[in-house]
Structures are given as C-alpha cells and as structure tokens.
Design a protein around this ligand. Structure first.
Ligand SMILES: [Fe+2]
Length: 248
C-alpha cells in the first residue's frame, strides 16, 4: 500500500491565498503518484470558525479523487470541550479506519487534553496548542485493532524538537512558545511499539525533519505544507519506506 502524507495546511491563514495555492499544487503532485490513500495529520484550517476554509479543503480532497483520511489539529478546534464542525467535514476521531490489510489509528491529541488539565497560561490564551493521548483512547484503539499492519496518525509531534534523540534518551524540548511535543510522548511511543505500529505520521511542528527510526517504527513529521519549505511524502507501508519526498 502506498500512502501520501501531508500536514498543517492552515488554509485561510491571514486571508493569504498562498496556503491554498500550495495545497492545490501538492494535490496535483500527489495524484500523479497514485497513492492508495492520502493522510492529512491536522491543522487543515487556520481558524476553527472558518467554515469556508473547512468547505474548501473538503471539496479539494473530494475533487482529487483520492481516498483520504484526516485528523484534527489544535487549529481545527477552538477548545477541547467545544463541538466542532471539523467532525462534520472530516469525520470523528479517535477511531481506527481499516483499508485492506492496514489499520490507520486516527488519534485525537487535542480534545484528549481538556482545558482543566492545561496550564493557566494556556487556559487564558486565545489559542491552545498542547496535546495528549490518554489511557481511554488507547483502550478504544485496542478494541478496534484488527489488521496486521498498523499506522498511527497523530497531530502533535512525538519527538521533542527535531532530532533530539541523544545517547538513547529523548532530550526535553526547549520551551519555545506553546508548540510543544505530545505530553507523555514516551508512553505514546511505547504503546505504539507494543501494539505493532510500524509507522507514525504526525504534524504540528512546522519545520521539516528527517525520518526517525525508533523501536522498530518509522516516525515521519509532515512539516507544514503551507510554508515554502513544506513538503509531502509518499510512503510504501512495507518496510515502511519513504518512496518520494514531494517539494517545489
Ligand atoms: Fe498544530
């Protein structure tokens, strides 16, 4: 199975047409690669109240003719407890979606961290950015797993800062604003490894990063498609192996 991965489209950002232009261009490149499925790992829109942006992304995905899966990022929902139109356009998370012999574990790392558990600074901010995956979400996944090959999709980055894997230990991410790695990321990685996940696709951190191999898994960050250094990847689920890195 061939997977295309793109992340952090931020359609509607500052009324700038360039994120949509870039998304259209990426879709054109991806369609040429004829993947079996396109995975979008969150932050499809920039502002969660922007219904037009949600509509636009959904239309583009459908018009591409590709089979697609999408999860929410912190820009797609205003508050963890709020109802969101994201679900109406792209489906609810968390859930497991099986395609042929591959399970896609579609995590929800934003709504699993309620406002009450967040820092005072984040609670008072107009925009929340941290994320977590809790035990109940793992249990839900475990009940739905059935395929031999498993791909985890989560918005928040699971490695604190790019390449901060030093001497067999994750180095704590530098406190840089609120764009932090997934809380309890070590537990997430351990759970994935124990449940035969071979590929983890994520976004959130906007800078490009090289693939990371960890505990028999390949971890791929989608960077931010709306930025000039953004990219998309084509991945063969066997291995798994990166077949192509799409840039322009
Ligand atoms: Fe994000």
């Amino acid at each position: 199975m061939k997977i295309a991965h793109i992340s952090d489209l931020h359609i509607g950002k500052d009324s700038d047409p360039r994120p949509l232009d870039r998304f259209d261009a990426f879709l054109g490149l991806i369609v040429q690669q004829a993947p079996d499925v396109l995975v979008v790992s969150g932050d499809l829109v920039h502002v969660p109240e922007d219904t037009d942006a949600f509509q636009t992304v959904r239309e583009r995905l459908d018009l591409s003719g590709l089979r697609w899966l999408a999860i929410c990022g912190n820009h797609d929902i205003h508050r963890p407890e709020n109802a969101s139109q994201f679900d109406d356009f792209f489906g609810t998370t968390p859930r497991v979606e099986r395609i042929d012999d591959v399970d896609f574990l579609l995590f929800d790392s934003f709504r699993d961290l309620p406002t009450s558990d967040r820092s005072k600074e984040e609670q008072s901010a107009n925009h929340m950015a941290n994320g977590r995956v809790s035990q109940s979400q793992y249990q839900l996944m475990e009940r739905q797993l059935s395929a031999p090959t498993r791909v985890a999709v989560v918005h928040h980055h699971v490695v604190p800062e790019a390449g901060a894997w030093v001497a067999g230990e994750w180095v704590d991410e530098e406190a840089s604003g609120v764009m932090m790695a997934l809380w309890e990321h070590k537990s997430f990685l351990s759970w994935c490894s124990a449940n035969d996940v071979s590929l983890i696709l994520h976004g959130h951190k906007h800078a490009p990063a090289d693939p990371i191999e960890h505990d028999g898994m390949l971890i791929l960050r989608g960077s931010a498609a709306y930025k000039e250094e953004g990219m998309a990847r084509i991945i063969d689920v066997r291995g798994p192996t990166v077949l192509e890195v799409l840039t322009f």
